[in-house]
Structure formats: structure tokens, C-alpha cells
Design a protein around this ligand. Structure first.
Ligand SMILES: Cc1ncc(COP(=O)(O)O)c(C=O)c1O
Length: 458
């Protein structure tokens, strides 16, 4: 009864993020009610194993009392403190220092945002300001990857290269360019590491040559492309791209909004390859989604370029009311403490089981490609393994997958192209991971059992 009236209110008033408005109204919201550990309960009381950590953010799992306590204590003591006019609060200062300590060496300066989109938007503003301040105002062109996602701010959505974020938004801007995704399964030059790395390095060189290095500001990439379908480049790719950017005299931004905080194993994906970007953006796992927060970490050189680009008293006009919110900072400090006190290590251990489980599912008749790094993975479903052919859109495979998964009590990301995205909490136990893999396989079997799908298979 209550759920029904909520669905009507939702239909009439709530504009959902990234959704098909009329289709959503027709279908109605699935109202979520509560959660504990790996499980979410919907308004009908159905328990769902969350294999996607909310939206790849609840890395510690649901219901950590110590996080709730950290937020409540900070709210009681000082629920808000501005960072304007020289003010600061203890948790925000401590968090900035903590991030500088755990980030790749050299990323010593931290600007706080509310999430990933405004972290990317802030980074673009800082880069623009930096080049103007150091007397290189022609460096205004930005390069990113096809299939990349860098949020949906006015600028960031143009760095994103997924069609729905551009359609009717007049994007990308004329100064935003994209090179091919490092997509081993579909790389025309071959899936082996050397070919994928060489293709990307060459594409970046070619694009910079075309635009003129003196005009190019930066290259942006996710270490693993999340919203583009969990595209896992080979080990060595990130380092090669970082080095190429340095050689070409352009800034290298690693967008670790998904990959940060243990998602791929180490605290940051950059650390696995000994990469220090010029700028790193984080969000999601920073607070494990318990409250909003993101951050831009930048090198001392960029900070100094901006700081020393004008007389000391001239303000840098960038900031938000909620930059460095003390409640979010207190939560982030506690979440990082939990990562460091076992959750990161648990994710590394269970990640081995997860990777092996997905690799085993590669032999399922529906699966063309299984890929994972740490607790981030995907199964790409195809109608012909030999031809790597996606299922025809009329079959609405992603809707079938999501619906069967829901019935089987598992939540995952069902991408429109028939890829299943997975990002379980790092706190997942071995038993829970076993259950996750069982429910996933049952969902694949159930969908394979549907006559339209069976007859579409070559
Ligand atoms: C790599 C990446 N960058 C930026 C964003 C945007 O973050 P937010 O949704 O917090 O604005 C996301 C969100 O999924 C992301 O995956």
C-alpha cells in the first residue's frame, strides 16, 4: 500500500538521474527500503544480493555502525564549516592530509567536491586556470577515450564518450576529442597486451600531432573504463599512457572515481603500475556512498602554477558551499580506517575468487568475454562467440537480464549492449561470493532458457 503510493509520487515528481523518463513512468520505481552487509531489501521485503555496491560505491558494504557514529558525532559537534574566508574544520584538514599520504606520491594538494562529476568539472577548471597562469594559454584542447565516463557536468559530459550523455546536450565541445578505447576483446589490432598498448599510445600521439602539442592541455582516462562496460586494459597500459602524456608535454588525469579505494585491489589502480598522474579524481569509495563527497588530488607543480600565477592576495575563484563538508570528511576518515583495517585486504582475497568465478563463466553459451580486475568485472554476452556479435536490440537482453537477476535475488548492472557489470563490496565473504556467482550463473541459464534468446544464438 505504502509502496504503491510512493510509486505514484515518484512517477509524478521525481526526475531520475540517467533514465528514460516516460519509460520509467510506465514501469514505476523499484523502491529500496533498507540494507545490511551485502544485502538490500526492497519495499516488498525481498532481499537482494547487491553485486554492484549500489552504484560501484558502497565498497565497505551496508550498515557499518562506526560510520554512522562518525557522521552523528560530527553532526552533533559541528555539522557545517565553510572552507571560505580561511575557515577549516579538523576532519577536513585531516582527510586532505590522509589522502595525500595514501595517494600516489606527489599528489599533495586536495580540493574537495560533492562527487565525481564536480571533481572532473573542477579539474577542468584547474587545468584551464593553470595553463593561463603559467603563460601557456593556447593549451585548451582535451583528449579522452571513447566509451569513457567522466560524469555529467556541462564540461565533464563532453569528456564522457557515451552517446546518451551527448544527445541533445550539444556535446562534445569543439575542444573535446576522443581516441579509441583500449578494448582488448574488440581491438582491431588484436587482444594481446602489446597490441592494445601500442594502439592506444599511437592514437594519443596521432591526436596530439593533429591538434599540435602546444594546443593540448590534457589526456583524461579511467584506469578501467567503468560505465563504458568495465573495459579492462592490459597491465602496463596505464603506465604507457602516462609516459606518453609526459613525453608529449600534456597533463595526465586519472579518473579513479570507480577504481579508487580498493576496487581493483590496491588502494588506487594507479599504484598497481607505479603511476603518479598529474591529477587524480576520486569519489564513490571515498565515503563508500554513505554521504556525498569527491576530491581532486593534484601535483605540487599544478598547485604552485595556480598559486603563483598572480599576486598572493588574488583569489582563485573556484569553490562550493559544501567543499570539504565536515560530516562527509568525518565519514571518509572512518571509511578509510575500515579499508586499512581489513576491508581492502579482504577485497584482495575475495577478488581472486571473483576473478576465477567470472573466468569459469566465460564458457557459458551466452558469454563472449569475461573480464575482471580485483572486485570489478563484467561478462559481455554475445549471440555468436565466433563473430563476437551482440544480441539484436529488439531482444531487449539487458532488460531480461535485470528482471531475471531480480527474481533470482541478485542486483547487477545490465548495460544496454548486453554486458553485465559487477562490483561487489570489498567486504564480501567467501560464502557470499559463492552465492553471488551461483545466482549470476542461474540468471544466465534462465535467460538462455528463453526461446527468443536460444533461437538467436548462432
Ligand atoms: C569514472 C567516473 N568519473 C566520474 C563519475 C561521476 O561521478 P558522480 O556520479 O559522483 O558525479 C563517475 C560516476 O560513475 C565515474 O564512474
Amino acid at each position: 500500500m505504502l509502496a504503491n503510493s510512493l510509486i505514484e509520487l515518484d512517477r509524478d515528481h521525481y526526475v531520475h538521474p540517467v533514465s528514460a523518463y516516460r519509460a520509467h513512468e510506465a514501469k514505476g520505481a523499484m523502491v529500496l527500503d533498507s540494507a545490511k552487509g551485502m544485502f538490500i531489501r526492497d519495499a516488498q521485503g525481498r532481499a537482494l544480493l547487491d553485486a554492484f555496491a549500489g552504484l560501484w560505491c558502497v565498497n565497505i558494504g551496508y550498515g557499518h555502525e562506526s560510520v554512522v557514529e562518525a557522521a552523528a558525532a560530527q553532526m552533533r559537534k559541528l555539522p557545517y564549516a565553510t572552507g571560505y574566508f580561511g575557515f577549516a574544520s579538523e576532519p577536513t584538514i585531516r582527510l586532505a592530509a590522509k589522502l595525500a599520504e595514501i595517494a600516489p606520491p606527489g599528489l599533495s594538494r586536495v580540493y574537495f567536491s560533492q562527487g565525481g562529476s564536480d571533481a572532473i568539472d573542477s579539474a577542468i577548471r584547474f587545468i584551464t586556470h593553470y595553463y593561463n597562469a603559467i603563460g601557456k594559454p593556447s593549451k585548451k584542447q582535451f583528449i579522452a577515450l571513447q566509451k569513457g565516463y567522466h560524469g555529467s557536468s556541462s564540461q565533464g559530459a563532453g569528456m564522457t564518450a557515451l552517446p546518451v550523455f551527448h544527445r541533445n546536450f550539444d556535446l562534445p565541445n569543439a575542444n573535446q576529442h576522443h581516441i579509441a578505447s583500449p578494448y582488448p576483446y574488440r581491438n582491431p589490432a588484436g587482444a594481446d597486451a602489446a597490441s592494445v598498448i601500442a594502439s592506444s599510445v599511437q592514437a594519443l600521439r596521432d591526436k596530439v600531432a593533429e591538434l599540435g602539442a602546444e594546443n593540448v592541455a590534457a589526456f583524461f582516462c579511467e584506469p578501467i573504463q567503468g560505465s563504458g562496460g568495465v573495459i579492462v586494459p592490459p597491465v602496463g597500459w596505464l603506465k604507457a599512457m602516462r609516459e606518453t602524456a609526459r613525453e608529449l608535454d600534456i597533463l595526465f588525469l586519472a579518473d579513479e572515481v570507480i577504481t579508487g579505494f580498493g576496487r581493483t585491489g590496491p588502494m588506487f589502480a594507479c599504484a598497481a603500475e607505479g603511476v603518479t598522474p598529474d591529477i587524480m579524481t576520486v569519489a564513490k569509495g571515498l565515503t563508500a556512498g554513505y554521504v556525498p563527497m569527491g576530491a581532486v588530488l593534484m601535483s605540487e607543480a599544478i598547485y604552485a602554477g595556480i598559486a603563483d600565477g598572480a599576486a598572493p592576495e588574488v583569489m582563485v575563484g573556484h569553490g562550493y558551499t559544501y567543499s570539504g563538508h565536515p560530516v562527509s570528511a568525518a565519514v571518509a576518515l572512518e571509511v578509510i580506517r575500515l579499508y586499512e583495517n581489513g576491508i581492502l585486504a579482504n577485497g584482495q582475497k575475495v577478488g581472486v575468487q571473483f576473478e576465477a568465478g567470472l573466468a569459469r563463466l566465460a564458457s557459458h553459451p551466452l558469454v563472449g568475454d569475461a573480464r575482471a580486475r580485483g572486485m570489478l568485472g563484467a561478462l559481455e554476452l554475445v549471440s555468436s562467440k565466433a563473430g563476437k556479435t551482440p544480441f539484436a536490440p529488439e531482444l531487449k537482453l539487458s532488460e531480461r537480464l535485470f528482471a531475471r537477476g531480480y527474481e533470482n535475488g541478485i542486483l547487477f548492472r545490465a548495460f544496454a549492449d548486453g554486458t553485465i557489470g559487477l562490483a561487489p563490496a570489498l567486504s564480501c565473504t567467501a560464502d557470499e561470493m559463492g552465492e553471488l556467482l551461483r545466482r549470476l550463473e542461474k540468471t544466465l541459464d534462465d535467460v538462455l532458457g528463453q526461446s527468443e534468446i536460444r533461437s538467436a544464438i548462432a
